[in-house]
Structures are given as C-alpha cells and as structure tokens.
Design a protein. Structure first.
Length: 564
C-alpha cells in the first residue's frame, strides 16, 4: 500500500492540469498512524456525481469492544451511531472552495430511525467509513494543492474526529437501547399485542417537514385500562399502552392527536435513536399503512374480496389498470399487503376513499346491492382478523358504524388517550346502524402472482438501470414509479436500495417464479451476504443505501406501470 505522501505529491504535480487526469489517483494510501484511504471512483468533472472514497480506521483507535457486536441489532445501531458521528465531523471541517462540488465531504447521515445501512462497515481490525467527496477544481482544471489538503489531511481528520467523538458511554447507551427495544418487541408478541406506546413518549414532530420531536409537547400517558408494565434489561420498569391484536379505533375531534398517534405507529416498525421521543413506540414490524391512491398503477391483483364485477363485466380477480380509482387502489393496497404477509393495517379515514370505508343504511336503500360492486371495509374488517389474523388500527372522526366491529375504542382529547370502548358499544346498542351486511368473498393472498420479468424487460432502460430520484421516485425505462404514498419509506437511501434490489430481482428471477419467491430469495441472500452485496460497486464502495422492509419492495414493484 502506498504512503499518503505519495498521493500528496501526485496531486500537487497535477495542479492546474486537466480534471480528467485525476483518474490516475485511484488506489489505496496509508497515513503514519495506520489510517487507510481508498479512492474507489474519481468523478469525471467537478459537476458530476462526487468521487467515492473509503477511510479505514484501526479498531484499536476506537472505544469498541467485542461484545458490542453480539446481536445484529447492536451492530446496526453502531452503524447508525458512527455514520452520524462522521456526518457531524464532516460538517465541522473547513470548506475547500472551487467549482461545482469542490470540497464537499458527505456520508449517508441517518435520521432518527435505526436501519441497517452501508455507510459504515465493521471489519475484524477496522471501522470503515464510506464517503463521497468533491475533488477541488477551478473550471475544469485540477486544484491539486487543495485536493491534496482534502484527501490527505481533511478526510483522515474527519475520521479521527468521528472516532474520538464516539465515547464508550455513547456506545453503551446505543447498544443498551437496542437491547431494550428488542426485548420490548418480544414482550409485544408474547402479550398478544400489535403496538405499544410508552408513557412520556413525545409523539408530535416539530413541524410537518421535521423528524425532530416537538418542544413542550404533551407527553403520552396511557389510559389505566390499557396500561401494562414491561421489564426491560437496562431501563427496568416501563409503563405504557398495549394495543392488542384485533380492531382498534382511534377517535376524537380534529387536531387532538389522532393522526399524530397513527403516524408514530407507522414509524414504530423501526427502532429509533435516543431522545427521539418515539424510541419506546413499537409496532408489529409487518404493519402497512393502507390508503387510497387515485391514478396509481395496479397489475394482476385479486381485489374481489372488496370489489366485485365492475361495469362492462370487468372481472376483479385479476385486476390491472394504469389509472386506479380511490376505492380500487385501496382494495389493491390491502390485497398487496396481504401478499407481503402483513399482520397489521394502519388506516386514516382522511387518506381513505369514503365509498370504500363505509356505506350507510340510507345509501344502501337508494342504491340497490346488485348495482353496488363495493363491499365496504366496515363489513370486511372482522373477517380480516378472525379468518386471516390481520389486525387493524383505524383513525376515525366521522363514522360511528365502526363501533360495532371494534374491539377497542380510544378517544384522543388534547393529545391524551382515553379508553371509551364501553361507551362506544353502548351507543352502538342504543342506535343500531340498521345496515345491510353483504356477504363478501374469501380473501386471496395473491402469493402465486408471477414475477413480471417479461413485462418489465419490455420497458427496461437501454442501460438496464432503475434509478432512485430522492425518497419518493424511481426512474424506470421511460417512466417513473411514484412512491410518495408509500408512507413508511423514511430515507432516500432506502429508495436507492430499492432500485438496486429491483435490478437484482429482474436479473436473478427464475422462469415461472412468483414475485413473493423472488423477493424472499433476495432477502435471504442479503441476510447471508449483507445489503452491500447487491451493489454494482461491491466489493469496493457500495454506495449510500439503507435497508427497506420487504413491504416497501413489494410496493415499488406493485407501482410499476406495466400494462399501459
């Protein structure tokens, strides 16, 4: 391995030469104290995607110990901790000026959700940071002296500062929180629950575009009838509200915290970092937010459990459209979530199709059953649980017809939850809905849906690329895959991973294989070889990716416009 001084001399020699000559600096270099710098990819010009580098710091320079990696959750939490520390250290470096992306130092910085990511790797003898950096230029000329300062001084110093900021105390706090979260989720399953919210959790966010907790927010306090106490290995006794499996309604007036609670439960499928306010909010990890998505693409989905033959004798057992309505899209979302083996649906009436959720007795009298193809969700919510084991948590403010099928009714009053189940049941008994309850068809799980390899290849980009564009969009062929309504995606790095995962699935699918089988095989591969193994850059710099759940990968495939 070359010494860092060789890189410095080479860059100084390249000063003011053509930017394209920077390609020759690719390779590995070492500092006097054993820090290694690997330049894996050199950008073509100062405006192009930044260069990719790795910095490897000897493990003996850190406060890490062998037992810190005893569980997968601990290792993931340490990736989160070191990625954040490196991001903070990079922000504190003095800026190197120049054209385009000159002087930029960036690592994939996580949000509050603790997710497996490729920005940091722990090796037997080192911690490796995977960064992007902009090599300095003036126009399209190399600023060699500034580039030498950036690569040989600032980047190693960034790594040193990151390592020194991660103290033994911070490491212990991070891994102990993961231990508690893992144990809490085990309690959740053992107690027959689908969600838990600890007392004193801070659920509201600072704003609609912020992931930070709101200052001076009302802390969550459990209603006594649903409060339980858990014994966690490091925090000890923790009191909170257990939402049991079944049907739970969250009611209340506008702006009293209903949707805030549901949004916290949506993100509760992930573990969270300390001081987020939601670190002791746990939801069944298979939970899926269900909503209406007008105009979304749907392909080969059996939605007949909710929607029978459509006008024009269009069957719904193998339904496809490029322009779904609110009701057909919501029915498709449920059928697709069932294929992805979800055990819990999260639904907010504000983002639902009204005619899919409810049809009252007056409307049933006006429109005869033979003219109405939709079996509303209110009539299917109990069979979903009793026949398929799928629970539902619904936010409702406008329909009391759900009182009858509900197991529990929670009313939010100024962000404080109250158990009003008995009162809701008494109201339902005093004022019966007097609705006709149509017989629904069985619930297909769509597990045999074939992987659409041929249809995808017809629209395949000439360079065989699926590209992420921010958190909410994938570029596929000549079109886009819109993920704005896939609300449990929390990071652009997950979307970057989705693009790579979809390419893997297309390239590795077997003849006649189902979508479920391909996705299961992919996740087994990543479990054995790591998320980075599917990167086109592996085994060098694997890019900036974070692991999405299977449910988000299903959602991405399901929204590809295949049949237009």
């Amino acid at each position: 391995m070359k010494h860092m001084n060789e890189l410095k001399k080479k860059l100084e020699h390249l000063d003011r030469q053509s930017y394209a000559k920077l390609k020759q600096i690719a390779g590995s270099y070492e500092t006097a104290d054993g820090i290694e710098l690997a330049v894996d990819y050199v950008q073509g010009d100062p405006f192009a995607a930044p260069s990719r580098v790795r910095i490897k710091v000897p493990l003996k320079m850190t406060a890490l110990q062998e037992e810190d990696f005893s569980t997968l959750s601990r290792t993931i939490s340490l990736k989160h901790l070191f990625s954040k520390a490196c991001s903070d250290a990079a922000k504190n470096q003095k800026s190197v000026s120049g054209t385009g992306k000159s002087g930029m130092i960036m690592i994939d910085a996580p949000g509050p959700e603790v997710i497996d990511r490729t920005s940091v790797s722990f090796q037997p003898d080192a911690v490796e940071f995977r960064l992007s950096t902009g090599l300095p230029a003036s126009g399209r000329k190399i600023l060699g002296i500034k580039a030498a300062e950036l690569l040989t001084e600032q980047l190693p110093e960034t790594a040193r500062n990151a390592i020194s900021s991660v103290t033994r105390e911070k490491i212990q706090d991070a891994i102990h929180l993961q231990d508690d979260q893992d144990e809490g989720r085990r309690h959740l399953a053992a107690l027959g629950g689908c969600a838990f919210i600890a007392d004193d959790s801070i659920l509201p966010r600072a704003s609609g575009i912020s992931a930070k907790p709101m200052k001076h927010a009302v802390p969550f306090i459990s209603p006594a009838s649903q409060a339980i106490e858990l014994d966690l290995p490091h925090r000890g006794k923790v009191r909170g509200m257990l939402i049991k499996k079944g049907v739970t309604l969250i009611a209340g007036g506008g702006y009293h915290g209903k949707s805030t609670l549901l949004q916290a439960l949506e993100r509760g499928v992930y573990n969270h970092e300390a001081e987020d306010g939601r670190e002791l909010v746990w939801t069944d990890e298979t939970a899926v937010k269900i909503r209406a998505e007008d105009r979304r693409s749907v392909w080969n989905v059996d939605i007949s459990a909710f929607i029978n033959t459509l006008p024009g004798n269009k069957e719904t057992t193998n339904f496809s459209t490029e322009d779904a309505s609110g009701s057909t899209s919501q029915a498709a979302n449920i059928a697709e979530a069932m294929q992805a083996s979800s055990r819990l649906f999260l639904i907010d009436e504000d983002t639902s199709a009204t005619n899919f959720m409810i049809r009252d007795s007056r409307m049933q009298q006006l429109v005869s059953p033979d003219k109405e193809p939709i079996t509303p969700f209110v009539d299917r919510i109990r069979p979903l649980y009793e026949e398929n084991g799928i629970s539902s948590i619904l936010v409702l403010g406008g329909s009391g017809d759900y009182f009858e099928p509900a197991d529990h009714v929670i009313v939010m009053d100024e962000y404080v939850p109250f158990d009003r189940t008995n009162e809701a049941k008494a109201i339902a008994a005093s004022f019966p809905a007097d609705r006709f309850h149509p017989e629904g068809r069985g619930f297909p799980v769509n597990t045999s849906r074939p992987f659409p390899a041929n249809a995808m290849k017809k629209r395949w980009h000439p360079k065989k690329k699926i590209q992420a564009k921010g958190k909410n969009t994938l570029l596929f062929g000549k079109g886009t895959v819109d993920l704005h309504n896939v609300e449990q995606l929390v990071s652009p790095s997950q979307t970057e991973a989705l693009a790579q995962m979809m390419i893997w699935c297309v390239q590795n699918c077997r003849s006649g294989e189902s979508l479920s089988a391909v996705i299961d095989r992919l996740y087994k591969t990543m479990e054995q070889e790591g998320l980075e193994s599917i990167s086109p850059f592996y085994p060098k710099h694997p890019g900036n990716t974070a692991l999405p759940r299977k449910h988000e990968l299903y959602a991405a495939f399901n929204r590809i416009p295949l049949y237009g």
